[in-house]
Design a protein around this ligand. Structure first.
Ligand SMILES: *Cc1c(COP(=O)(O)O)cnc(C)c1O
Length: 397
């Protein structure tokens, strides 16, 4: 997954262009910036690379989600359906909008189970937010059909699936909106950064204003701008955008390397009886940043994970015990622990949620190991690792 493994002279050149002008701000200072507009250039590159009409850069993937909530009109009292297996940013953005996260089970795609989504819809549901976890996709055709049937918005969290696709369409561009993260460990990185993608012109225009305090960006003199509505500062800096610009040009080679190394690991694990693999609705569209597989039971998955780590095979994740990615350890959410008073409807909804009811997710995530695919391995190293992983897991089965 991490594009930082491919850092080189290209990133340094782009950053240097910005440092030479001294203009680190993405807006204004027209006369002083020597025509350097890295953020604008990166937005254009995102549109071209992912075939989407509009892209708005943000300071992070989390603020891209918050931007999406704002421009798609999700707020106080609305319910947003999200998966039990994701990154904490999903519920953070929903709660920050004043809305209510409604958690539902994942299936063997490790993404939202469409049946569980349909069962969770209430008159307050406004949005469904599938998260394309670990590089691969949710069942977008079924989820889009559910959203159309019930007149709901669909926001794709594609923060971990940059470059992936479903039936030929890039992940993050299929729903009404999508988000990317360019944090340090993502497929391409800016250090910190994110993007909101949409084909809806109004969502985009609002995102352009919202992420810069509601400034309407009309004219060249910032002082003359007006503020049609409330906003926030979710801007990316020119320095961060410069890194992203060098990185996006490497996306094809990053994906090709990930896919090659992923296939090597998979071929070795396929020979181990007892290992099965995550269901990928469109295997060709996997961005291949991880290889996710199942062991027959939770005990065996724990034993396999422990054995992998003690054999020096880091980069293998057992999400079930991880307090960033799985519901079981989200105590701050379950207890609604907040530094400030929360929307009372949200607190009620959390109190009324049975956090032990996600048996289907527990059964799946409890048996899952995800293996991070590195870019800097040589082919020989990938084969060695693959064999060592296969032997290690076979030894506990
Ligand atoms: C990384 C990530 C985010 C948040 O992105 P940041 O840039 O770290 O704020 C959101 N959702 C998912 C699924 C992520 O993996």
């Amino acid at each position: 997954m991490p594009g930082f493994e491919f850092f080189g002279a290209e990133e340094r050149k782009e950053v240097n262009d910005v440092l030479e002008t001294g203009i680190l701000m993405r807006y204004g200072f027209d006369a002083m910036r020597n025509n350097q507009w890295k953020a604008k250039e990166l937005e254009k590159a995102i549109q071209d690379t992912f075939q989407v009409q509009h892209a708005q850069l943000t300071s992070s993937g989390t603020t891209a989600l918050s931007t999406a909530m704002a421009v798609m009109g999700v707020g106080y009292g609305d319910e947003v359906i999200m998966p039990t297996f994701t990154f904490v940013a999903s519920f953070e953005a929903i709660i920050a909008a004043g809305a209510i996260p409604v958690l539902v089970d994942v299936d063997e795609t490790l993404c939202l189970d469409p049946k569980a989504v349909e069962a969770a819809i209430t008159p307050k549901t406004k949005m469904v937010m599938p998260v394309h976890m670990c590089g691969s996709m949710a069942q977008m055709d079924e989820l889009m059909a559910i959203c159309e049937k019930h007149d709901l918005l669909l926001l794709e969290d594609a923060c971990q699936a940059i470059g992936g696709s479903f039936n030929g369409q890039k992940l993050g561009t299929i729903g009404h909106g999508g988000t990317f993260s360019f944090d340090f460990v993502k497929t391409i990185t800016c250090g910190e950064g994110g993007a909101f993608l949409t084909n809806n012109k109004e969502f985009y225009t609002h995102a352009d204003h919202y992420t810069d305090h509601g400034h309407d960006h009309i004219g060249t003199d910032r002082g003359a701008e007006s503020h049609p509505f409330l906003g926030y500062n979710f801007r990316i800096s020119e320095l961060h955008a410069a890194v992203g610009l060098a990185q996006i040009r490497k996306l094809d080679s990053i994906l090709a390397t990930q896919r090659k190394h992923n296939a090597i690991i998979k071929a070795a694990l396929q020979k181990v009886e007892g290992i099965s693999f995550r269901h990928i609705p469109d295997p060709q569209g996997d961005n291949a940043s991880f290889l996710s597989f199942f062991l027959p039971t939770e005990d065996l998955a724990r034993a396999a994970h422990k054995a992998l780590l003690s054999n020096g095979l880091g980069g293998n994740f057992y999400w079930y015990d991880n307090n960033w990615h799985y519901i079981k350890k989200w105590d701050h959410l379950k207890n609604a622990t907040s530094l400030f008073p929360l929307n009372p409807a949200l607190v009620d909804a959390i109190k009324n949620t049975d956090f032990n009811a996600f048996q289907q997710s527990d059964k799946i995530i409890g048996r899952t190991i995800s293996s991070l695919i590195n870019l800097n391995w040589t082919e020989e190293q990938a084969h060695e690792r693959a064999e060592k992983m296969a032997q290690t897991i076979a030894s506990v089965l």
